[in-house]
Design a protein around this ligand. Sequence first.
Ligand code: HEM
Length: 140
Amino acid sequence: MLWIKSFHIVFMVAWFAGLFYLPRLFVYHAQAIDAVSLERFKVMERKLYYGIMTPCMAVTIGLGLWLWGGYRIGFGQGWMHAKLALVGVLIAQHFYLGKLMNDFKYDRNTHGHVFYRWLNEIPTLPALIGIVILVVVKPF
Ligand code: HEM
């Protein structure tokens, strides 16, 4: 079980690296003008989203479900339900970032760099803090 939990945390960290970095790329992409930079950002975003973020999200969730369903850890407990609600927010954020990446891919982005500076933190940071406190402290 501890091996599964270890890799659950490893892949969670990699997923979060992307959840924080992709909006940062969007900040600079929204300010770029020259064709070379615009194409470079599209390549970086696609590789980050499909090469790292999506596989790591899938493995984090798969191993988490194995801990929860297979080892019954947190079954029926409030902290686990609250954690799953926050994980739901992160999954929605992941797919929303994918939609925004497609908007950039087809040059139809409508947001400015300030919007992406906020998206860089909200909701990812509060969700991260909330999930770690819930799963380590188990306050309820
Ligand atoms: C569907 C998604 C997920 C499920 C079902 C799930 C389930 C679990 C379960 C059952 C444990 C074991 C808890 C224990 O041994 O006390 C665990 C550990 C952990 N999970 Fe998740 N998890 C999920 C997603 C996440 C995400 C997105 C994060 C990101 C912050 C995360 C962070 C952690 C951490 C840090 C631990 C280790 C806690 C400890 O050892 O005290 N999990 N997870």
